[in-house]
Ligand binder design. Structure first.
Ligand SMILES: [Fe+2]
Length: 156
């Protein structure tokens, strides 16, 4: 059975992973906006709409993840500069002209970073350590994997 100190350390680690997921999710949110605004090509309208549905869903989810940090007794990271410095999501240039498939490929990469971030956080909650946070994270992983399917299907 885990000691109180071990439980506290596990919770602190989970909170850290959740804050990382907030930062990575913000990174993806920014890229989704960029893609939504600048995508061009014959599939402009469906992609413009797909990117919007993804960032709207993500915006709500980020709030839940950050509030879970507070529920665990820690403080949530925030602010664009702080989150940008923490995020592992690669950015594509807003100046470079890109076709529809370029945006889909870039969003696919960004989405994968967030999926992996959520998996790392979920794994820290396993074996009954924190089933409620694990549940939240499993939900996030399912959404990001579904979006991965959408994006990959487009590229085929
Ligand atoms: Fe818009």
């Amino acid at each position: 059975m885990a000691t109180l100190t071990e439980n506290a350390q596990a919770t602190e680690a989970i909170a850290k992973h959740l804050n990382q997921l907030v930062a990575d999710s913000y990174g993806l949110l920014g890229q989704l906006h960029l893609a939504h605004w600048n995508v061009e090509g014959t599939d402009f309208k469906p992609l413009h709409d797909l990117f919007q549905s993804m960032y709207e869903e993500l915006f709500v989810a980020i709030d839940d993840i950050a509030e879970q940090v507070r529920i665990l007794g820690y403080y949530s990271e925030g602010g664009l500069k702080t989150l940008a410095a923490m995020s592992n999501v690669p950015e594509f240039s807003s100046a470079a002209p890109a076709r529809d498939k370029d945006f889909v490929s870039a969003i696919l990469v960004a989405n994968e970073v967030v999926t992996q971030s959520a998996i790392v956080a979920r794994n820290a909650c396993g074996d009954g350590t924190d089933p409620e946070t694990e549940d939240l994270l499993i939900g996030r992983i399912r959404v990001h994997k579904k979006h991965e399917w959408f994006l990959k299907s487009y590229l085929k």
